[in-house]
Design a protein around this ligand. Sequence first.
Ligand code: HSE
Length: 338
Amino acid sequence: MAEREEEDTKRTTYAERAERPERTIRVRVPGTSANLGAGFDTLGLACDIYNELELTLTHAPGLSFSIKGEGAGRIPEDERNIVWRSVRLLLERAHRDHEYRGAIIRMKNDVPLSRGLGSSAAAIVAGLKAANALLYNHFNRREILHLATEIEGHPDNVAPAIFGGFTVSTTKGRHVDTFAFLPRLRLRFVVAVPDFYLPTKKAREVLPETVPRADAIFNIGRASMLIASLMKGSPQFLRHALDDALHQPYRAKLIPGMYDVFRAAREAGALGTVLSGAGPCLIAFALEHDHQEEAIGRAMQEAFAQHGVQAEIKQLGLDTKGAHIINPGRHTQEKEGA
Ligand code: HSE
């Protein structure tokens, strides 16, 4: 019986292959930092650190994985894999899931896993972008944003992963709007990556359901000031815009020495430092022309060490492109609408 089934699968597969050959696509997706202090679940930026995905959709069922770099050995290599779940959702929404029932997934990851640099958003966007390209861009970028937000639950990481640059996103029910822009300041980001994982779920559980009005006002002012100073190119205002009262104070207990690292980075020349996404990474903003990244990184590392935390330092720039195909050809044409 099993043999018969295998034979049937093979027959179908060969016939289908002749009609619709399986194809492969490669995409590159940036890591991201969400919240940016006061913009909880709203603001984000894309960094020049990347995950690459090579995806082949197969007519025969079954999954094959090869995962290199960050997360190798930890990322599930079965139906639970988030790249596959994203591919699967896109195929279902395009009504093509009966046609493509399996996949060969190769991942090469530089974005640290589960540290607040958008590794899950990068995986979701990579899966959606690659599968969509293999369907000759059935969906436009705005539709991809909606699908990605549906999977991730909030848009602040998936939006910059898709569009690049800085992003402001709002949601109304299931509708998501994203405004992506490049700042009028040349910024560098110094990221301290602590040697422990912090699942987003755990970092959200420590947040209160409601917040005092004064804290809400505090954040509205800073989030607005942050966007205004980035768009206007005013670093003196940016210095006062990188504070938060809605999530960082509650999450500080999960990240030993967080405020000492903030202080050390500022003393070494950073404009300010925030928790990257849900953490545990901390990201310092610096002006490119100040050339203080080395000193800031050292100061952050030392401050963390005082609290018994080993941290790796990454000096990153802004990614301005977002997710893109890296074996260009006829798959790269996207529909208008985003
Ligand atoms: N806005 C999210 C949070 C980002 O802070 O929980 C992490 O996914």
